[in-house]
Every structure is written in C-alpha cells, then in structure tokens.
Design a binder for this molecule. Structure first.
Ligand SMILES: [Fe+2]
Ligand SMILES: [Fe+2]
Length: 308
C-alpha cells in the first residue's frame, strides 16, 4: 500500500522533457487555431443597451436574475475544473494539442462566467448564492469536477462525463431554446457562449474517438461510472435546472420555476416541455455515440422524464 506522501509524490512528479510541441492531433490543433481567432468580450460585444429590463414584469425579472445567477455559478465551476484538467494533461504528458487548447478553454469559461454575471447584474442584480443555502448541495458544486484531481479516475472518464455529457446537454438545451430568446442582448450572449461550447464538445469527442482503440476494460468502466454519476447525481439533482431535481431539497418555488418563466419572457432558460424533449434525446445520443467504444450507458429512471 502506498503511503500518502508516496502517492502524492508519484503523482505530481512531472517528466517534461523531451517537450515536443508540433501538432499530433490535427483536428484538435484546428480547434485551438480557431479558438484564437474567435475572441469576444462580454463587456463590449453584447448589445447591452437593448436589454431594457424595464419592459418586463417583476416576476419575469426575478426569474431571469435567478436563471443567469445559476448559469454564473455553473460557469464559475468550470473556471476551477479547466485548470485542474490542464494540469493533468501536463503531468501525464498528453499531446501538446490538448495542452494548448485547454489554455484557451480555461479563458473561455472565465468569459462565460463574467458574461452570465453581467447579465444577472444588468437585469437587476446577481444573486451570489441560492435562496436557501442548502440548495447549494444541488447547484453549488458537483462531485464529478473533483474527479479531475483524483488520480484513480482515468482522464478518459472525466472527459466523457464533464466535457462530453455535461457540456453536451447544456448545448442541446441552448440550441433548442436560443430562438425563443427574443431579447437581443440575451440572444447575442447565448449565441456567443454556444459558439465557444461547440468547440469544447468537439474537442472532447475527437479526443475520445482517437483514444478509443486503446481503451482498457478499466477505462471503459471508468467512463461508464463517470457518465452515470453525471446524469444521476448531477443532472437529476437539479444542478443545471432545479425542475429536474428528483428530490425538491430546499429549493424555493421561485427557484424551481425560474427557468420556465425566464424562457417564456424571452430572457433565456428552458421550459419543462423543452427538458422532456431534449433530455431523453441527449441520453440516447450519447449512449449510441459511446457504444462503439465498448461503453454501455445504462437506462435511467426519472419521475418526470420516465425511463430514458
Ligand atoms: Fe462555459
Ligand atoms: Fe465549456
């Protein structure tokens, strides 16, 4: 058995040289090149003057502030997850393309957090925490992110759950609802976040597709367990949308209804009808997409979504 010190020592020791930096994964290198040319600034690239919050009812404004505050907390989580993964790419001496791309991905998550926070602020005020602090258990953080620092969890498992599953559902919902964001400032912000996130997801799938031929049984199990954890312990606990939470927890009715009311006002968010349609399709999609790697994503039971 390893002593704590031995394990930590074995894990943090970096074998940096030789340090080849030429592209090894052309698809990923292209994403890095593209990311560098698609800069935007939340302060100046959103038509903030068209937000005009005075046109909405107090109920709609409260819902939208809650929705954008929760988005901020989620994006903030990515600010810490991203460098954790970058550190692993460096320590495990992964291809240079991965290390380059993730420097930009980290910056982009910071940009999304700033943009979502600004939106909440300019709608009337950002909420720095859930209404009832215990709701933080569902929305404040999630265990999958911690896996980035766990040497026992294969990097491939973290990729499949954090990059492919968690970012994919976020984008599927954005794509399904962006047309209903009638407010021009909200619409533009969603389009810009979407543009970045599409690259993040492409990165995850391209890496896993490239590595799949060498997956061991242990890696396959790690992917299966990390993806199931993401769906059951994160999505079904209401991390992204409290309406999906199997147990209501301490969320207030205003928090649970926020996404729907904000969406119907054209201020971003999703309705239960959207989730009923998008979520099952998302699970079927990733199950089929991972199956050729030998990965079996089980069926999940949810009181509102049914067996998916
Ligand atoms: Fe993001
Ligand atoms: Fe992302």
């Amino acid at each position: 058995m390893l002593m704590d010190g031995e394990r930590a020592g074995a894990y943090v020791q970096e074998d940096r040289y030789p340090l080849p930096l030429a592209p090894a994964m052309p698809d990923v290198w292209k994403l890095w090149q593209r990311a560098k040319s698609l800069e935007w600034d939340p302060q100046t690239d959103i038509p903030w003057e068209e937000l005009r919050p005075e046109r909405y009812t107090p109920e709609q404004i409260l819902a939208a502030r809650m929705y954008w505050s929760r988005r901020t907390w989620g994006e903030y989580g990515a600010i810490s997850e991203s460098p954790a993964l970058l550190l692993r790419f460096c320590l495990e001496n992964r291809h240079p393309d991965l290390r380059f791309f993730f420097t930009m991905r980290t910056m982009e998550e910071g940009r999304h957090a700033e943009a979502s926070w600004l939106m909440a602020e300019r709608l009337g005020g950002y909420f720095p925490q859930p209404q009832n602090p215990p709701t933080a258990g569902a929305v404040g953080t999630h265990g999958v992110r911690r896996m980035a620092f766990d040497p026992e969890t294969a990097l491939e498992g973290i990729f499949a759950s954090l990059v492919c599953a968690a970012e994919e559902i976020l984008i599927d919902v954005f794509k399904a609802t962006v047309d209903r964001a009638t407010n021009p400032a909200v619409r533009r912000l969603m389009e810009l976040i979407l543009r970045d996130e599409v690259r993040h997801i492409a990165f995850g799938w391209r890496c896993l597709d490239a590595w799949a031929p060498s997956f061991t049984a242990e890696i396959v199990r790690s992917i299966e367990s990390a993806v199931s954890t993401m769906i059951e312990n994160v999505e079904f606990r209401g991390y992204r949308n409290l309406w999906l939470a199997i147990e209501g927890g301490s969320a207030t009715p205003e928090e649970i209804e926020a996404d729907r009311i904000s969406c119907e006002a054209g201020l971003g968010g999703s309705t239960p009808e959207d989730e009923m349609q998008v979520f099952p399709a998302f699970v079927q999609k990733i199950r089929a997409r991972m199956q050729p790697w030998g990965v079996t994503i089980p069926m999940f039971a949810h009181p509102r979504l049914g067996k998916i």
